[in-house]
Design a protein around this ligand. Structure first.
Ligand code: BG6
Length: 477
């Protein structure tokens, strides 16, 4: 395939995300021969460095995050693409220099501006980019999360950027959309005859969506304490997983047809009253156990913090397909293992010949990428007794192609100008709208978060939430 030439202007180039993910992912794309040979990366940040100083910094801070396909020779050829410029987002003359640097190129047909900075810098950066002419139709702008802390702030960010860039130029990142097995849900559902006929309220008992993390808050106590699991994971990543599972068949695979259907899912989530939140949302903090600190003992976390490190929600989607089907959403830090998965539990048959069967489908995004179905099969021996058996499709065995990390895939999508895997403004704002009653309730209730020991699957209250409906989380099934 023909590779598009590009200039990537990376704001926040000395920041954590650039060092840990963006530069290593660009390296991988480079090493795999997936970047146009003349494509160039222009790192910018406030730090007063020259290109040599920046290269030294990434040599020590970023190179260590390249886990595969590393060679010193490849690294040297990669860094030839990189240049650095000191830019203060509030200083127009810095942007004039930036524009000159970009325009000095013979071919600047594809300019990607990646704002990997705190969102408070988006508005001045966009304004100045526009002033120096770096917002034309050949320019795409990538917005890194967090895209707001509530509905009002996300609307503000979107409005600020929209003053200078058209929606078609804006790429809102949610790195979960870059995960292969989440994208796989669309062909699984709409490209096969097996699942779609039973993918509805007549056959599905409940849906579970889990993102479990083994890590605690690590060194991010300060950021995390003002964020919490709902903002950090549910409003964005869990919501994307939910959309892919619950959406209707899009008219086409075009970006806006797919995004229209995702939007309809979020819009159909039943709004919660304060009573609903009290009944259907569990928030919790991990406590010291297994030699690990509790959340309240973590560095930079106030001893009386109420920030949730775990949340479980019983949601419902008000569409003919899903009416009455509970969607259990949960995420937590300090769980026993790291995983992200979607579970469909099917209803038992009405008049079972073989005892109450309970078919199940599990789509795993990580750590491995698998799709498993559990069904009843005959037990060996005389008679026709049955037992449950699981059939697993491991995507690593389907193809031994190199599997790119989410950020690499997304960066390549931006370079190629495909919006499918990026959030449209209306989707993002609808998602915030839905979580707002939860945030509002937590801000006023005197109730404290529940507790769960570090390295456990969450609080008892979250088990009770499902038990009420006669259901159980996957690990308890
Ligand atoms: C980020 C959150 O968006 O996603 C982190 O800010 C979290 O807190 C991370 O650890 C999880 O991503 P992944 O790809 O490791 O599941």
């Amino acid at each position: 395939a023909q590779l598009n030439n590009f200039d990537i202007i990376l704001f926040g180039a000395t920041g954590d995300l650039a060092m840990r993910k963006l530069l290593p992912c660009l390296y991988q794309a480079h090493a795999a021969g997936l970047l146009h040979p003349e494509g160039r990366i222009l790192g910018v940040s406030r730090s007063k460095l020259d290109t040599a100083g920046f290269l030294e910094k990434i040599h020590s801070d970023s190179k260590i995050h390249i886990k595969t396909h590393f060679s010193e020779e490849m690294w040297q050829s990669f860094v030839r693409r990189i240049q650095y410029l000191t830019v203060d987002v509030n200083n127009l003359s810095d942007f004039e220099r930036l524009a000159q640097t970009v325009k000095a190129r013979t071919q600047t047909d594809n300019v990607v501006i990646y704002l990997s900075t705190a969102p408070k810098f988006f508005a001045p950066a966009c304004e100045h980019l526009a002033k120096v002419g770096l917002n034309g139709s050949n320019v795409r702008i990538v917005l890194e999360k967090p895209l707001g802390t509530d509905l009002a702030s996300s609307q503000q960010i979107n409005a600020d950027v929209a003053q200078y860039f058209q929606e078609q130029q804006i790429y809102r990142i949610d790195h979960y959309l870059g995960k292969e097995n989440l994208q796989n849900v669309l062909p699984l559902r709409f490209g096969n005859i097996f699942f779609e006929p039973v993918w509805n309220r007549d056959f599905v008992q409940s849906v579970q969506i889990t993102i479990a993390e083994q890590l605690g808050v690590e060194e991010r106590g300060e950021f995390y304490d003002s964020t919490g699991a709902l903002r950090d994971m549910v409003q964005n990543h869990i919501m994307q997983m939910l959309c892919f599972v619950a959406m209707e068949r899009p008219k086409s695979l075009g970006a806006d047809d797919v995004r229209d259907e995702k939007l309809k899912v979020v819009a159909a989530l039943k709004p919660m009253t304060a009573n609903d939140v009290a009944r259907n949302v569990i928030r919790a903090q991990y406590t010291a156990a297994n030699g690990l600190k509790g959340y309240l003992q973590e560095h930079n976390v106030p001893a009386d913090s109420r920030t949730e490190t775990y949340v479980a929600i019983r949601a419902e989607i008000d569409t003919p397909r899903w009416q009455g089907v509970p969607f259990y959403l949960r995420t937590g830090k300090r769980m026993p293992s790291r995983s992200a998965e979607i579970v469909l539990n099917f209803k038992p048959q009405a008049k079972p010949l073989f005892g109450a069967n309970a078919n199940r489908l599990v789509i795993r995004l990580q750590p491995d990428e698998t799709i498993s179905t559990t069904w009843w099969v005959k037990q060996v021996g005389s008679g026709l007794d049955v037992q449950a058996a699981t059939m697993t499709l491991d995507m690593a065995q389907v193809s031994d192609e190199r599997r790119a990390e989410a950020y690499e895939l997304l960066l390549r999508e931006v370079i190629d100008g495909r919006l499918n895997l990026f959030n449209r403004r209306d989707e993002l704002e609808k998602a915030w709208e839905w979580v707002m009653p939860i945030l509002d309730y937590w801000a006023t209730t005197p109730d404290k978060p529940c507790e769960y020991p570090a390295q456990s699957w969450g609080p008892q209250e979250a088990k009770d939430l499902l038990a009420r409906d006669g259901n159980a989380w996957l690990e308890d099934q």
